[in-house]
Design a protein around this ligand. Structure first.
Ligand code: NDP
Ligand code: GDR
Length: 343
């Protein structure tokens, strides 16, 4: 039985990857950041909380990382832990750099010292492309990150490549474009949109306030993307791969799709901070722009080219954006109907 160590196991991807690996017969060790209460709602939602061996883990603490690697002796390590919110990284750049950048050096160094034959996956991101150098981004596109998060992740990407080239470790950097699901954190734009529309439908919210509606993202379903992570670590030779759908839409488009999935037919009027979204049936203004949600620097357009992953991993995204929006809205409505507070 193979042993996998998943850091960030209580996050969106950690939950889906745990389920995938358990279904494949792995022994799954879930490394989580200790807090006053265990926030394992995602594992419970997937019904897998009792099948994972949870182990406290902190990317800031080298001694803890060494002990965890020594105790688990994993065959595969998936490093999904991070301060993953781009907006927050502008307010917490040093912390973000320490966790998302140096944390990866700590983890790689611990693996090199204690279990160098373990295979390693690093959760890299399309945010590393940032200010667009090429209209479609692939593994060979130059990087130009636009946030402290993107900068920290770029360090993590290169240290992952460097440990492969310097020490012969089996290290892989998965450059993943945005992927969403009903388990997405509620501050990220897709889930903020679906959860707010669901709460509106149930009379719990009046309005959806957003920042930049023009940003374009390549959004896929997280359940598809964790399968790509696993496929990367099954390759004899480690390499780096983009996972993406190849389709890009604006935040406004996603608002329209999620609104439709919730029974709202939205028309947009006005421009910039004065733009509003009106429900055609009721005439009510449901969506407003709030400048507080704009970022100091924005990534305007992301669209990935997943052809290397298709050719070498036989991986492709399986879920359309329409289906994804519908799945997320439905899950939020169902959770409200069960009396849950959305988180
Ligand atoms: P989440 O934010 O849902 O999960 C990240 C997890 O990391 C959280 O459980 C968090 O713990 C944990 N964590 C944060 N800081 C530390 C720390 N110092 N030590 C240990 N654990 C820590 O992210 P996702 O699941 O969405 O993403 C997984 C990874 O993939 C992240 O690294 C993200 O940056 C990257 N990524 C995500 C993409 C996406 O679209 N989802 C796209 C590309 C890359 P806590 O619950 O305590 O906060
Ligand atoms: P992103 O995701 O920054 O791409 O990072 P997010 O959903 O936060 O933003 C996407 C785009 O939407 C715009 N936007 C808003 N964003 C949020 N969160 N809230 C708003 O109200 C809002 N209004 C408009 C943003 O400006 C942005 O352009 C995600 C994270 O999962 C990262 O960890 C990951 O690396 C990347 O995806 C790929």
């Amino acid at each position: 039985m193979k042993k996998a160590l998943i850091t960030g196991v209580l996050g969106q991807d950690g939950a889906y990857l745990s389920k995938l690996l358990l279904d494949k017969g792995y022994e799954v060790w879930g490394a989580f950041r200790r807090s006053s209460s265990l926030n394992d709602w995602r594992l419970r939602r997937l019904g897998i909380e009792s099948r994972i061996k949870l182990i406290p883990f902190e990317l800031l603490e080298f001694s803890n990382i060494v002990r965890v690697i020594d105790q688990v002796k994993p065959d595969e390590v998936y490093n999904l832990a991070a301060q993953s919110f781009v907006g927050v990284s502008f307010e917490q750049p040093i912390f973000t750099g320490d966790v998302d950048g140096m944390g990866v050096a700590r983890l790689l160094e611990a693996i090199r010292l204690v279990k160098p034959e373990a295979r390693f996956y690093q959760a890299s991101t399309s945010e590393m492309f940032g200010k667009i150098q090429q209209p479609v981004q692939s593994e060979t596109t130059p990087f130009y990150p636009r946030s402290p998060y993107g900068v920290a992740k770029l360090y993590a990407h290169w240290i992952t490549v460097n440990y492969r080239e310097s020490f012969g470790l089996h290290t892989t950097s998965g450059i993943l474009f945005n992927h969403e699901s009903p388990l997405r954190g509620i501050e990220f734009v897709t889930r903020k949109i679906t959860s707010t529309f669901a709460r509106m439908r149930r009379g719990e919210a009046e309005r959806l306030e957003l920042g930049n509606l023009d940003a374009k993202r390549d959004w896929g379903f997280a359940g598809d993307y964790v399968d790509g992570m696993w496929r990367m670590l099954q390759q004899d030779r480690a390499s780096d791969y983009v996972l993406a759908t190849g389709r890009t839409e604006t935040v406004r488009d996603f608002v329209r799709l999620a609104g439709a999935a919730c029974g709202y037919d939205l028309a947009f009027e006005g421009q910039g901070v004065d733009e509003i979204g009106i429900d055609r049936a009721s005439g009510k203004t449901l969506v407003r722009v709030n400048p507080a949600f704009f970022r100091p620097a924005e990534v305007d357009l992301l669209v990935g080219d997943p052809s290397k992953a298709k050719a070498e991993l036989d991986w492709s995204a399986q879920t359309s954006l329409e289906d994804l929006a519908e799945m997320m809205v439905k899950a939020d409505l169902d959770a409200l109907d069960r009396g849950e507070v959305l988180s």
